[in-house]
Design a binder for this molecule. Structure first.
Ligand SMILES: *Cc1c(COP(=O)(O)O)cnc(C)c1O
Length: 402
């Protein structure tokens, strides 16, 4: 295994070596990180719920009531009343028939895609989709087609060249039919808000194309839920797209919800199919019930406290205006994910380290998370930031990027 250390050396020379900083403080905008106080600009805790007193209280009282572990998988004896109540509330929140909890977003994506398509089917994915969506497509064994980022026309061409005559659920699964014969399913998969770019997928156009080509559309709105839409319903609430327009909606709970886990929401037949077939659902331990109770509290806050979304918008636009004045390399994002394109990985890491030594935690995102020469600094905002934090950040960036 000596080649492992050779490979590690190679990564380090290319600026691609990844190491972890140790956080000693609670999550929030002020962290003690590797022993140093820093202002945090890279968390997904958009709404400040990871450390919210009501969420903590719900977690503690549920731990007192139910214990810590869930005891088993959902289909054995791990599906508690807390999980079930949360699923019903998430279904109502997203305007879908049903919702199904998964232990992580990674697993929800692996489970949903590999259940809906298999050999003989085709999955179409935006090139910049989150790794878990790409991995789900590969795991499924379906023909895998990537379209140019947000390019609906390119997708349409790919669809035009593929055969299909059934939506994913109507076709039998796993599809035993050889290629080109009988039924094959087609599934289009996209991030809602792109996790490393911050821009929003053209979901309306994708939905129209999907309908025309008898395909299903799956949207992973990990970064939109809680953050976008008047009630925090994400990209689909903003675009008013229901279950008939986007058949498979994935949300994660570790970001704006401030807890852990994920869900898939959609029709009863979709959710019942996942319960029967999705291996990352069936063969894993259910989330702790206390996590479900904490998430129910987060959901209430998300639905009732729209000031959090308003403030986040205001912070984001303050940053964008300031960054434009300074000529910083902003990308086309209106979300609280504000990446700045740097290019070379080595340079992005050097800038991130320089910012760290000045007290700002901003991660350098490098390949393979982003395309070659697409290394970037990825800034994210939280409702806990104040205007002065944004101004300090702008100052520091102007110096670091000069
Ligand atoms: C974070 C993320 C996931 C993974 O969710 P986890 O619950 O962290 O496993 C999936 N999709 C997108 C778009 C994400 O940003």
């Amino acid at each position: 295994m000596t080649d492992l250390s050779l490979k590690l050396n190679e990564l380090s020379q290319q600026g691609l070596y990844r190491s972890r900083r140790i956080v000693e403080s609670p999550q929030g905008i002020s962290l003690i990180c590797d022993g140093k106080p820093v202002i945090n600009f890279c968390s997904n805790d958009y709404l400040g719920l990871t450390n919210h007193p009501d969420v903590i209280h719900a977690f503690k009282s549920a731990a007192d009531k139910y214990g810590v572990g869930s005891g088993s998988a959902h289909l054995i004896c791990g599906h508690g009343s807390a999980h079930h109540a949360l699923e019903e509330e998430l279904a109502a929140f997203t305007g879908r028939d049903m919702a199904l909890l998964f232990s992580t977003g990674y697993m929800a994506n692996m489970g949903a895609i590999s259940t809906l398509v298999g050999r003989g089917d085709t999955v179409f994915e935006d090139r910049l989709n989150h790794a878990s969506l790409l991995d789900g497509g590969l795991l499924s064994g379906a023909r895998f087609k990537r379209y140019v980022h947000a390019d609906v026309e390119h997708l349409q061409n790919l669809l035009g060249n593929s055969k299909a005559n059934k939506n994913p659920i109507d076709a039998p699964h796993p599809s035993p039919l050889p290629k080109g014969e009988g039924i094959s399913r087609r599934l289009i998969v996209t991030d809602g808000v792109f996790s490393m770019d911050g821009d929003i997928a053209p979901v309306q156009a994708l939905s129209a194309v999907a309908k025309r080509h008898d395909a299903w559309l799956m949207v992973d709105d990990a970064h939109g839920l809680g953050v976008l839409g008047n009630n925090g319903g994400g990209v689909l609430e903003e675009l008013k797209l229901g279950q008939d327009d986007v058949q498979v909606l994935v949300g994660t709970l570790g970001k704006a919800f401030g807890t852990l886990g994920a869900f898939v929401a959609g029709s009863e037949e979709l959710i019942e199919t996942l319960i029967q077939k999705a291996r990352p659902y069936i063969y894993t331990t259910a989330l702790p019930p206390a996590i479900a109770e904490a998430t129910r509290t987060s959901l209430k806050i998300i639905q009732t406290e729209s000031w959090r979304r308003e403030k986040l918008k205001q912070l984001t636009s303050r940053f964008k205006v300031g960054a434009a004045q300074l000529g910083l390399p902003l990308m086309a994002s209106t979300s609280p994910i504000q990446p700045m394109l740097i290019g070379e990985a080595v340079r992005a890491v050097a800038i991130s380290n320089a910012l760290f030594s000045q007290g700002f935690l901003i991660s350098a995102i490098r390949p393979p998370t982003v395309p070659a020469n697409g290394a970037r600094l990825r800034v994210t905002f939280s409702v806990m930031h104040e205007d002065r934090h944004i101004d300090q950040l702008l100052d520091a960036l102007a110096k670091a990027l000069a």
